[in-house]
Design a protein around this ligand. Structure first.
Ligand code: TYD
Length: 210
């Protein structure tokens, strides 16, 4: 039985989740929780190597999905499960919903295959799936996100995709949120930074975590 709290952060590139992960990590630490801040793909030495490949090397959609789930498996066993067993709060910048949104929605890859990989990688001994208790979905129009990203840095393989790709990614996220509304808090990321933070805080407060 895990006693920790697992929270993931999702949204299209440029939606602005990163600063709020930092702010939330500080708020939880001030509230006396031990926080593990991590990311996907990545979070372990092996998974960070897989991240470098998945985000930069050209490959077909199945190879990309397999790398995402291989990185996730290592991250879960090495970092996430031990942290939850200790009772820590895990703040994860992206998790499985990103694979359904980017590889499934963006690339158009078979959702049934992704579902099977999800079961293999996140399946638990009792037959349930390891998923975040809360997923904060930062929603922003692809046009606005592209404006925010422009000039920020050299884009990786995904960041350089056209607006239509991100429209499909966003639709992929909405499908996941509609399938599991209790797990998701949908945040309007077009608001001011302070208003977005208030929405994040409210989602945590509603669950008694802040
Ligand atoms: P991101 O989380 O935006 O990190 P940074 O802010 O450092 O660029 O970048 C990760 C990229 O990986 C993002 O474009 C989405 C993509 N991604 C997938 O395509 N599938 C996945 O399963 C995950 C976790 C990420």
């Amino acid at each position: 039985m895990s006693t920790g709290i697992f929270i993931s952060f999702e949204g299209i590139d440029g939606a602005g989740k990163s600063t709020h992960i930092d702010t939330l990590a500080q708020a939880l630490a001030q509230a006396g929780r031990t926080v593990v801040r991590t990311r996907e793909p990545g979070g372990t030495p092996l998974a960070e190597q897989l991240r470098g490949l998945a985000l930069n090397a050209p490959m077909d959609a199945l190879t990309e999905a397999l790398l995402m789930f291989a990185a996730r498996r290592d991250h879960l066993t090495q970092v996430i499960e031990p942290a939850l067993a200790r009772g820590d709060v895990v703040l994860c910048d992206r998790f499985t919903d990103a694979t359904f949104a980017y590889q499934g929605g963006g690339r158009g890859f078979d959702l049934a295959v992704l579902g099977q990989l999800e079961h293999w990688v996140q399946g638990r001994p009792d037959g349930s799936l390891r998923q975040p208790e809360l997923t904060l979905l930062f929603e922003l129009s692809p046009e606005e996100a592209a404006t925010r990203l422009a000039g920020a840095r050299v884009p990786d393989k995904f960041e350089s995709q056209p607006v239509e790709f991100f429209r499909r990614v966003a639709a992929g996220y909405v499908r996941r949120a509609q399938a599991e509304p209790a797990r998701f808090a949908r945040i309007d990321a077009a608001q001011s930074r302070d208003a977005v933070w208030s929405s994040v805080r409210a989602a945590l407060a509603a669950r008694g975590w802040l």
